[in-house]
Write a protein that binds this ligand. Structure first.
Ligand code: URA
Length: 328
Protein backbone atom coordinates (compact mmCIF):
# COMPACT_ATOMS: atom_id res chain seq x y z
CA UNK A 1 0.00 0.00 0.00
CA UNK A 2 2.75 2.43 0.97
CA UNK A 3 4.51 1.90 -2.34
CA UNK A 4 1.33 2.54 -4.25
CA UNK A 5 0.64 5.71 -2.29
CA UNK A 6 4.20 6.92 -2.76
CA UNK A 7 3.93 6.33 -6.47
CA UNK A 8 0.62 8.27 -6.61
CA UNK A 9 2.09 11.12 -4.59
CA UNK A 10 5.26 11.30 -6.70
CA UNK A 11 3.27 11.14 -9.91
CA UNK A 12 0.98 13.96 -8.83
CA UNK A 13 3.96 16.07 -7.86
CA UNK A 14 5.54 15.38 -11.24
CA UNK A 15 2.34 16.27 -13.10
CA UNK A 16 2.09 19.52 -11.15
CA UNK A 17 5.65 20.31 -12.22
CA UNK A 18 4.75 19.61 -15.78
CA UNK A 19 2.00 22.19 -15.63
CA UNK A 20 -0.99 19.90 -15.22
CA UNK A 21 -3.77 21.67 -13.34
CA UNK A 22 -6.38 18.93 -13.18
CA UNK A 23 -6.44 15.16 -13.26
CA UNK A 24 -9.35 12.86 -13.90
CA UNK A 25 -9.97 10.54 -10.98
CA UNK A 26 -12.85 8.13 -10.65
CA UNK A 27 -15.06 8.06 -7.58
CA UNK A 28 -13.66 4.62 -6.89
CA UNK A 29 -10.07 5.86 -6.76
CA UNK A 30 -11.02 8.75 -4.50
CA UNK A 31 -12.88 6.35 -2.25
CA UNK A 32 -9.82 4.11 -2.04
CA UNK A 33 -7.52 6.98 -1.16
CA UNK A 34 -9.96 8.10 1.50
CA UNK A 35 -10.20 4.60 2.85
CA UNK A 36 -6.41 4.30 3.00
CA UNK A 37 -6.16 7.55 4.96
CA UNK A 38 -8.95 6.59 7.32
CA UNK A 39 -7.84 3.04 7.90
CA UNK A 40 -4.39 4.27 8.97
CA UNK A 41 -5.43 7.32 10.95
CA UNK A 42 -5.98 7.23 14.71
CA UNK A 43 -9.41 8.32 15.91
CA UNK A 44 -8.70 11.96 16.91
CA UNK A 45 -6.79 12.78 13.76
CA UNK A 46 -9.43 11.18 11.60
CA UNK A 47 -11.48 14.32 12.01
CA UNK A 48 -8.97 16.01 9.69
CA UNK A 49 -9.72 13.61 6.89
CA UNK A 50 -12.00 15.13 4.26
CA UNK A 51 -15.71 14.59 4.59
CA UNK A 52 -17.78 12.91 1.91
CA UNK A 53 -18.98 16.35 0.87
CA UNK A 54 -15.41 17.53 0.47
CA UNK A 55 -14.55 14.52 -1.60
CA UNK A 56 -17.25 15.18 -4.11
CA UNK A 57 -15.38 18.40 -4.88
CA UNK A 58 -11.95 16.88 -4.70
CA UNK A 59 -11.47 16.31 -8.38
CA UNK A 60 -9.09 19.22 -8.74
CA UNK A 61 -5.42 18.44 -8.86
CA UNK A 62 -4.89 19.88 -5.40
CA UNK A 63 -7.70 17.85 -4.00
CA UNK A 64 -6.44 14.56 -5.34
CA UNK A 65 -2.90 15.39 -4.30
CA UNK A 66 -4.20 16.12 -0.83
CA UNK A 67 -5.94 12.78 -0.67
CA UNK A 68 -2.86 10.90 -1.76
CA UNK A 69 -0.61 12.75 0.65
CA UNK A 70 -2.96 12.31 3.56
CA UNK A 71 -3.17 8.61 2.84
CA UNK A 72 0.57 8.38 2.48
CA UNK A 73 1.23 10.28 5.69
CA UNK A 74 -1.22 8.10 7.53
CA UNK A 75 0.55 5.05 6.20
CA UNK A 76 3.83 6.32 7.62
CA UNK A 77 2.71 7.92 10.81
CA UNK A 78 -0.82 7.03 11.69
CA UNK A 79 -2.08 10.55 11.08
CA UNK A 80 -2.57 13.12 8.36
CA UNK A 81 -0.18 16.00 7.74
CA UNK A 82 -0.67 19.47 6.42
CA UNK A 83 0.48 20.35 2.96
CA UNK A 84 1.62 23.95 2.98
CA UNK A 85 2.01 24.18 -0.78
CA UNK A 86 -1.61 23.33 -1.51
CA UNK A 87 -3.89 26.23 -2.36
CA UNK A 88 -7.01 26.78 -0.32
CA UNK A 89 -9.51 24.14 -1.31
CA UNK A 90 -12.32 22.10 0.04
CA UNK A 91 -10.07 19.64 1.82
CA UNK A 92 -9.33 20.39 5.47
CA UNK A 93 -5.81 20.09 6.81
CA UNK A 94 -4.21 19.31 10.11
CA UNK A 95 -2.96 22.50 11.80
CA UNK A 96 0.69 21.46 12.07
CA UNK A 97 2.74 19.05 10.01
CA UNK A 98 2.97 15.95 12.15
CA UNK A 99 6.03 14.65 10.32
CA UNK A 100 8.09 14.94 7.20
CA UNK A 101 6.45 12.43 4.88
CA UNK A 102 9.26 9.94 4.46
CA UNK A 103 12.50 9.31 6.24
CA UNK A 104 14.19 11.50 3.70
CA UNK A 105 16.70 9.68 1.48
CA UNK A 106 18.16 13.13 0.91
CA UNK A 107 19.03 13.82 4.52
CA UNK A 108 22.56 12.62 3.90
CA UNK A 109 23.17 14.77 0.83
CA UNK A 110 25.75 17.38 1.83
CA UNK A 111 25.95 20.85 0.31
CA UNK A 112 27.92 20.91 -2.95
CA UNK A 113 31.64 21.55 -2.89
CA UNK A 114 32.72 24.20 -5.42
CA UNK A 115 35.37 23.09 -7.88
CA UNK A 116 37.05 24.37 -11.03
CA UNK A 117 37.87 22.53 -14.20
CA UNK A 118 41.54 21.87 -14.91
CA UNK A 119 43.11 23.62 -17.90
CA UNK A 120 43.03 21.55 -21.07
CA UNK A 121 41.07 20.80 -24.21
CA UNK A 122 37.30 20.36 -24.15
CA UNK A 123 37.73 16.60 -24.34
CA UNK A 124 40.30 16.59 -21.51
CA UNK A 125 38.05 18.68 -19.32
CA UNK A 126 35.05 16.49 -20.04
CA UNK A 127 37.05 13.31 -19.33
CA UNK A 128 38.21 14.82 -16.04
CA UNK A 129 34.65 15.78 -15.11
CA UNK A 130 33.30 12.36 -16.02
CA UNK A 131 35.92 10.66 -13.88
CA UNK A 132 35.15 13.02 -11.00
CA UNK A 133 31.39 12.51 -11.17
CA UNK A 134 31.43 8.75 -11.65
CA UNK A 135 33.74 8.39 -8.66
CA UNK A 136 32.07 11.00 -6.50
CA UNK A 137 31.42 9.32 -3.13
CA UNK A 138 28.10 11.11 -2.57
CA UNK A 139 26.79 10.19 -6.02
CA UNK A 140 27.98 6.63 -5.61
CA UNK A 141 26.38 6.31 -2.19
CA UNK A 142 22.99 6.95 -3.83
CA UNK A 143 23.30 4.28 -6.45
CA UNK A 144 22.36 0.68 -5.71
CA UNK A 145 24.77 -2.16 -6.48
CA UNK A 146 24.96 -2.88 -10.18
CA UNK A 147 23.52 0.52 -11.12
CA UNK A 148 25.38 3.57 -12.39
CA UNK A 149 25.98 7.24 -11.70
CA UNK A 150 24.99 8.97 -14.96
CA UNK A 151 26.68 11.96 -16.57
CA UNK A 152 25.51 13.71 -19.75
CA UNK A 153 26.55 12.44 -23.14
CA UNK A 154 26.85 13.66 -26.70
CA UNK A 155 28.84 15.95 -28.91
CA UNK A 156 31.15 18.38 -27.17
CA UNK A 157 30.63 20.60 -30.23
CA UNK A 158 26.85 20.52 -29.85
CA UNK A 159 24.80 23.64 -30.54
CA UNK A 160 21.92 22.26 -28.48
CA UNK A 161 22.12 21.02 -24.89
CA UNK A 162 19.00 19.11 -23.83
CA UNK A 163 18.63 19.04 -20.08
CA UNK A 164 16.30 16.58 -18.36
CA UNK A 165 15.58 15.75 -14.76
CA UNK A 166 17.23 12.59 -13.53
CA UNK A 167 18.13 9.12 -14.73
CA UNK A 168 15.33 6.59 -14.56
CA UNK A 169 15.47 2.82 -14.32
CA UNK A 170 16.91 2.23 -17.80
CA UNK A 171 19.38 5.06 -17.49
CA UNK A 172 20.82 3.93 -14.16
CA UNK A 173 21.13 0.42 -15.57
CA UNK A 174 22.91 1.48 -18.76
CA UNK A 175 24.76 4.48 -17.30
CA UNK A 176 23.49 6.78 -20.07
CA UNK A 177 20.87 9.54 -19.97
CA UNK A 178 17.61 9.25 -21.88
CA UNK A 179 17.80 5.68 -23.11
CA UNK A 180 14.41 4.48 -21.76
CA UNK A 181 11.02 5.17 -23.35
CA UNK A 182 11.25 8.95 -22.75
CA UNK A 183 14.75 8.88 -24.20
CA UNK A 184 13.60 7.05 -27.30
CA UNK A 185 10.99 9.75 -27.81
CA UNK A 186 13.62 12.45 -27.27
CA UNK A 187 15.77 10.77 -29.92
CA UNK A 188 12.83 10.89 -32.36
CA UNK A 189 12.30 14.57 -31.54
CA UNK A 190 15.95 15.26 -32.29
CA UNK A 191 15.65 13.35 -35.57
CA UNK A 192 12.54 15.36 -36.49
CA UNK A 193 14.75 18.44 -36.19
CA UNK A 194 17.00 16.92 -38.84
CA UNK A 195 19.76 16.01 -36.38
CA UNK A 196 21.25 12.82 -35.06
CA UNK A 197 21.30 12.07 -31.36
CA UNK A 198 25.08 12.21 -31.30
CA UNK A 199 25.07 15.74 -32.76
CA UNK A 200 23.49 17.18 -29.62
CA UNK A 201 24.39 16.94 -25.93
CA UNK A 202 21.97 15.37 -23.46
CA UNK A 203 22.33 15.85 -19.72
CA UNK A 204 20.31 15.87 -16.54
CA UNK A 205 19.96 17.95 -13.41
CA UNK A 206 20.73 14.81 -11.38
CA UNK A 207 23.56 12.32 -11.66
CA UNK A 208 21.68 9.56 -9.90
CA UNK A 209 18.17 8.20 -9.89
CA UNK A 210 16.42 9.58 -6.79
CA UNK A 211 15.86 6.60 -4.54
CA UNK A 212 12.44 5.23 -3.82
CA UNK A 213 11.30 2.33 -1.72
CA UNK A 214 9.81 0.88 -4.86
CA UNK A 215 11.61 -0.48 -7.91
CA UNK A 216 9.00 1.24 -10.03
CA UNK A 217 8.31 4.83 -10.84
CA UNK A 218 10.43 7.90 -10.28
CA UNK A 219 10.24 10.81 -7.93
CA UNK A 220 11.39 14.36 -8.57
CA UNK A 221 14.69 15.18 -6.87
CA UNK A 222 14.73 17.17 -3.64
CA UNK A 223 16.30 20.61 -3.32
CA UNK A 224 19.38 19.12 -1.61
CA UNK A 225 19.83 16.49 -4.29
CA UNK A 226 19.55 19.07 -7.03
CA UNK A 227 21.90 21.46 -5.26
CA UNK A 228 24.51 18.73 -4.94
CA UNK A 229 24.41 17.78 -8.63
CA UNK A 230 24.01 21.24 -10.18
CA UNK A 231 27.72 22.16 -10.19
CA UNK A 232 28.34 19.09 -12.37
CA UNK A 233 25.68 20.23 -14.82
CA UNK A 234 27.09 23.76 -14.86
CA UNK A 235 30.54 22.44 -15.69
CA UNK A 236 29.14 20.39 -18.57
CA UNK A 237 27.51 23.57 -19.89
CA UNK A 238 30.79 25.46 -19.42
CA UNK A 239 32.64 22.83 -21.43
CA UNK A 240 30.11 22.48 -24.24
CA UNK A 241 29.13 26.17 -24.51
CA UNK A 242 25.97 25.35 -26.49
CA UNK A 243 24.15 27.96 -28.52
CA UNK A 244 20.85 26.95 -26.94
CA UNK A 245 19.69 24.98 -23.90
CA UNK A 246 16.41 23.08 -24.04
CA UNK A 247 15.05 22.56 -20.54
CA UNK A 248 12.85 19.47 -20.52
CA UNK A 249 10.17 19.84 -17.85
CA UNK A 250 9.77 21.69 -14.59
CA UNK A 251 12.72 20.20 -12.72
CA UNK A 252 15.13 21.28 -15.47
CA UNK A 253 13.68 24.81 -15.33
CA UNK A 254 13.96 24.92 -11.58
CA UNK A 255 17.51 23.57 -11.58
CA UNK A 256 18.74 25.92 -14.27
CA UNK A 257 16.72 29.07 -13.60
CA UNK A 258 16.19 28.57 -9.89
CA UNK A 259 12.53 29.39 -10.32
CA UNK A 260 9.33 27.50 -9.65
CA UNK A 261 7.78 28.12 -13.04
CA UNK A 262 4.96 26.01 -14.37
CA UNK A 263 6.17 24.50 -17.60
CA UNK A 264 2.86 25.26 -19.32
CA UNK A 265 3.52 28.96 -18.79
CA UNK A 266 7.30 28.99 -19.26
CA UNK A 267 7.40 27.03 -22.53
CA UNK A 268 7.45 28.71 -25.90
CA UNK A 269 9.36 31.74 -24.57
CA UNK A 270 13.05 32.43 -24.41
CA UNK A 271 14.79 32.52 -21.07
CA UNK A 272 18.51 32.70 -20.34
CA UNK A 273 21.07 30.70 -18.41
CA UNK A 274 24.42 32.50 -17.95
CA UNK A 275 23.88 34.37 -21.22
CA UNK A 276 22.83 31.26 -23.16
CA UNK A 277 19.27 31.28 -24.58
CA UNK A 278 17.13 28.66 -22.88
CA UNK A 279 13.88 27.23 -24.22
CA UNK A 280 11.71 25.26 -21.82
CA UNK A 281 9.41 22.62 -23.20
CA UNK A 282 7.43 19.65 -21.93
CA UNK A 283 9.41 16.63 -20.76
CA UNK A 284 9.16 13.68 -23.18
CA UNK A 285 7.74 11.50 -20.41
CA UNK A 286 4.86 13.99 -20.14
CA UNK A 287 4.37 13.65 -23.87
CA UNK A 288 4.24 9.88 -23.50
CA UNK A 289 1.37 10.25 -21.08
CA UNK A 290 -0.38 13.13 -22.84
CA UNK A 291 0.04 12.03 -26.37
CA UNK A 292 -2.36 14.58 -27.85
CA UNK A 293 -1.90 16.46 -31.08
CA UNK A 294 -2.00 19.72 -29.10
CA UNK A 295 0.87 18.78 -26.78
CA UNK A 296 2.95 17.33 -29.60
CA UNK A 297 2.43 20.51 -31.60
CA UNK A 298 3.39 22.70 -28.63
CA UNK A 299 6.66 20.81 -28.18
CA UNK A 300 7.30 20.94 -31.89
CA UNK A 301 6.72 24.70 -31.96
CA UNK A 302 9.25 25.08 -29.13
CA UNK A 303 11.75 22.98 -31.06
CA UNK A 304 11.20 24.99 -34.24
CA UNK A 305 12.02 28.15 -32.27
CA UNK A 306 15.25 26.43 -31.26
CA UNK A 307 15.96 25.48 -34.87
CA UNK A 308 15.37 29.04 -36.05
CA UNK A 309 17.61 30.40 -33.29
CA UNK A 310 20.57 28.31 -34.34
CA UNK A 311 19.92 28.67 -38.08
CA UNK A 312 18.80 25.12 -38.84
CA UNK A 313 16.70 24.94 -42.01
CA UNK A 314 13.02 24.10 -41.53
CA UNK A 315 11.24 22.59 -44.53
CA UNK A 316 7.55 23.16 -45.18
CA UNK A 317 7.02 19.49 -44.39
CA UNK A 318 8.65 20.01 -41.00
CA UNK A 319 6.59 23.15 -40.40
CA UNK A 320 3.46 21.09 -40.92
CA UNK A 321 4.30 18.37 -38.40
CA UNK A 322 1.55 17.75 -35.83
CA UNK A 323 -1.07 19.94 -37.40
CA UNK A 324 -4.59 18.57 -37.62
CA UNK A 325 -5.45 17.46 -41.19
CA UNK A 326 -8.04 19.77 -42.80
CA UNK A 327 -11.61 18.61 -42.11
CA UNK A 328 -13.93 17.32 -44.86
N1 URA B 1 14.09 11.36 -17.77
C1 URA B 1 15.03 12.30 -17.52
O1 URA B 1 14.72 13.40 -17.12
N2 URA B 1 16.29 11.97 -17.73
C2 URA B 1 16.67 10.79 -18.18
O2 URA B 1 17.85 10.59 -18.37
C3 URA B 1 15.67 9.85 -18.45
C4 URA B 1 14.39 10.14 -18.23
Amino acid sequence: MREMLEAVSAELKRLRWEGVDAVYVTEETLARLRLAARSQAPAPAAAQVPSAHDLVQARSFEGVQQEAKAALAAEYTGGPISIPSATAGPVRRAPEPAVVVAASPTADVPPPTPFTLPAGSQQEQWNWLKDKVLNDPVCRAHVRPGKHVVLGIGSLEADIFFCGEAPGAEEETQGEPFVGPAGQLLTRMIQAMGLKRDQVYIGNIMNWRPEMDSEFGNRPPSEQEMAYCLPHLRKQLEIIKPKVIVALGGTAIKGLLGADMAIGKARGKWHEWAGIPLMPTFHPSYLLRNNTMKTKRQVWEDLMLVMERIGLPISSKQRGYFTEPPQG
